[in-house]
Unconditional design. Sequence first.
Lengths: 314, 142
Amino acid sequence: MGELAGIDGFLILMAISIVIGIVAVLGGVGGGVVFTPLMMGFTAIDSFVIRATGLLVAMAGSLVAARPFLFRGLANIRLLLMAAVPYSIFAVIGALLAGYVAESFGATGDAIIRLSLGVLVVGIAALILFGGKKVEYPDVSNVDSITERLALSASYYEQSLDKVVHYKVAKAPVGILLFCFVGLISGLFGLGAGWAMVPALNLVMLAPLKVAAASSKVLIGIGDTAAIWQYIMDGGIFVNFAVPCVIGLVIGTLIGARIMIRVKAGFIRYLIIGIMVFSGIKLAWDGIDKLRSGTEEHAGIIINSLFDGVSNLI
Amino acid sequence: MNNESIPKPPLAGVLYGRICYWIVLIGIFISIIGMIIYFTSDGCIDRETLWQGIWSGADKETLWQNNCTGEDVPHGHWYFGQLGDGDALAMLGVAVCSVAAVIGMWAAFGATVREKERVYSIFALIVAVILTLGAIGIISFH
């Protein structure tokens, strides 16, 4: 492995990340949600380092994508600012929690993180596969007073229809609660959280699907920035691993976005679900395995101390 | 196109998007320069030892062993004091990428104030403050 410490290793890692970026975009998910479970499930790399890099990868891709979405009015800046408050606060709490678990619980903490992430990733895959049917233009008949006062309705030019779409948004208080949970998961596990934000914005707050997707992409950049600094300050970023991954994922995302216009992504979507289920099960299994060996180790220590105690008594 | 004109995007969003995009690209460029230097000379951490350590699953304490900062695990902005090293310069690039949304959010705050959107000024201010406190290391595990 040492001979790959130079430019060769950098290029190989970048190429792998480009592939992950392309596949992720074609499957309709962010790069981070494929990168983190895949790296944690199939490499020996420390989970704290992977989560820090996963967060960086998700953040960079999202920040680069923000410009066209905001310029075309697809991402609703008011909706973003409203959701960014709970999301960023809880992303920081999640990242602090990750640092605490890594420092205080060592291998057991790592095992718990792997197990929970494994279960979460399988859950996300199930949500993508069986989750409620997304609605392109939800019908908003009732807007509560808080949402009304926040004036979240907006409009954008929809190229495919050649017309301006005016839309309303509902249930802002429920949305705020959901963003607290999403932020916590994002900061703790180092995932971009588009998989949770798009349904929250589209199915709960009734924003049009394109607005929900664009707003969630921009929002990931804000929340992940809040969380990434905890990992940077805690020495979790190593440039010879992080830089090729970030560059590769950004390039892969840009290439994937171009290919997406021309290919049918149905097969890729199932491929992504397959990868996620496989990585999730592997991660959960690793977690259980580590927890079991940790327990055996602890049990061994307890038995040895008892034995020593009895020997001393005798 | 229909008789309706294309809606003008809010200034806060346009500013935020532009600032983030360019700062991330600048950050990535700095990181690439840093990595080139790292590959051609010594860095703050020995490249081969670090690479082997990462892939063998070593934790961050082990990975930071024998680094140039004198700390076991450098907390905070360690790279500022070591910018002659390629890896520290690359890390500066990562930090520049990570500061993009901080600067973008302050710009969005300025724009919402200018457009007299009081509630959204407060939201933007809260987020900008959280991001800034994180970036300068005040909100930190240590």
